[in-house]
Write a protein that binds this ligand. Structure first.
Ligand code: PEP
Length: 245
């Protein structure tokens, strides 16, 4: 199981980021980068891009580090953007693309698709987010919406891409008090449909924390994308302990 912690635009200082990772490193003395006999979870962190390099240098032995976004061109005059090639060259292992918070800022599905292709091209692992923006009542409506999103997001992506992970994140469930699909039963039905149609490993995200992660552990998920809870070291420790049982 893979736990991806997305720090979004936090914390305010690099030293606060280091304090979280130091806490985890020492609290989890068995923490290794990959699953071992004593640990069945992998821990990936997506810090703000600005902190990426110092954190990777210091904690590379314990965690995988990735970026929260990359652009769809590999070089050129694109002020403020970071290319997938640059991310890869600096040691980036993965990138989160198409997060709903970026879509709210205007990122289109077509642009996200181009970003996915460009990141896969350089060998970055891609966590591609998708999910309905508003609460939809019927399962048919959810599936219709998801199918049309994935059609655009996955255009020209080889179906055997080994580095692609999907993250189902209903936008309304992110950092909200509302728990994901209102029951895990609904999520289970969604996942049954998903596995009949797609083969990419899939994560779930939407206010997952130590109080609810257990509910999801019996579902056919390969991991979780976790935002708000990822800034609280004690909370991360609890999540790790529950997930690695
Ligand atoms: C996320 O940032 O992808 C996320 C799922 O956030 P949260 O856990 O806060 O809902």
């Amino acid at each position: 199981m893979i736990l991806v912690f997305n720090w979004k635009m936090n914390p305010e200082k690099l030293s606060d980021a280091e304090a979280i990772l130091d806490f985890l490193r020492f609290a989890q003395d068995k923490l290794k980068k990959t699953c071992t006999e004593t640990q069945s979870v992998e821990v990936w962190f997506a810090p703000p891009n600005l902190y990426f390099e110092p954190l990777r240098k210091k904690y590379n032995e314990f965690f995988d580090f990735g970026l929260q976004n990359t652009f769809y061109e590999q070089s050129g005059a694109f002020t403020g953007e970071i290319s997938p090639k640059m991310a890869k060259n600096i040691g980036g292992e993965f990138v989160i693309l198409g997060h709903s918070e970026r879509k709210k800022l205007g990122e289109s599905l077509e642009d996200i698709n181009k970003k996915v292709l460009a990141s896969l091209e350089v060998g970055l692992r891609v966590i591609l987010c998708f999910g309905e923006n508003v609460k939809l009542k019927s399962r048919e409506n959810i599936i219709f919406e998801i199918k049309s999103q994935l059609k655009i997001l996955l255009q020209d992506v080889p179906i055997n891409s080994e580095n692609l992970y999907l993250a189902y994140e209903p936008a309304w469930a992110i950092s909200s008090q509302e728990i994901g699909p209102s029951s895990t039963e609904e999520l289970k039905t969604f996942l049954d449909w998903y596995w009949q149609n797609y083969k990419f490993p899939i994560f779930y995200g939407g206010s997952v924390d130590s109080s609810n992660i257990e509910n999801y552990l019996t579902l056919k998920l390969n991991g979780f994308l976790i935002g708000s809870a990822s800034l609280k070291p004690e909370e991360i420790t609890k999540i790790l302990n529950i997930a690695s049982k």
